[in-house]
Write a new protein. Sequence first.
Length: 256
Amino acid sequence: MLNVIHQFETSTVLFFVTVCFVAGFIKGIVGFAMPMIILGCSAALGMPLLGLAVLIMPTLVTNIYQVSLFGKAELVKSIRDFRFFLFACLVGLFVGANLFAAANLNTLIACIGAVVFLLSLLQLVNIRAPKRTNSRALSGISGAITGLLGGGTGIWGPTTVLYLTSIGTPKKRQILVQGLTFAFSSLFLLFAHLYTGVFNQESGILSAFMVFPAMIGMILGVGIQRYLNQDKFRVVTLILLCIGGVYLIYRSANMF
């Protein structure tokens, strides 16, 4: 592993160590945002494809850890209650990956980003839409949009969290469902980019190495998250969703 790591410039390795630690820390607090942070920072320095490869293993491992923090009974109940969302998300992932290869998703991504930003901002200033129930229709539509976006861009957090926030999901259950959704999505992303070649021997080893700083950050973040009450958790989540919405609009204009 170290021989492969030495093939990368020291500044590149230190950059990803720092970014993955920060992304893990924020994910530990709110349960999402790791791909958005890693991709955003790496794209800003002109390394979007390497960033996409690097995020795969830290995202997969941290989401498995996130799910492992809960008991079997909670896990089974969440899968049962959100089965339509999870199934639609997985279907959307496959469709999104194919659309990404065959079509231009810029307009769709920009529209989703604008919706995420607007709805999150309205909730932040206490202009709230009527609370919705977790209906089959809402679950299916939200899951399909999340999967479509994730399959096309590798970003599935903002739409997942917006859906869970809109139906008033309690903090602990929201963290669990996010972990489930992102773990399945991360696994799909791994297989997809083994096929595309983005995740190869060199980038794969670098990605595996970045699990360590990501997990250290995650564990520290989880320690802080336990002290956040529901209202504080909601505010922090909505602020990050606003940032995520702006980031999606930016990505639509700078697709790689």
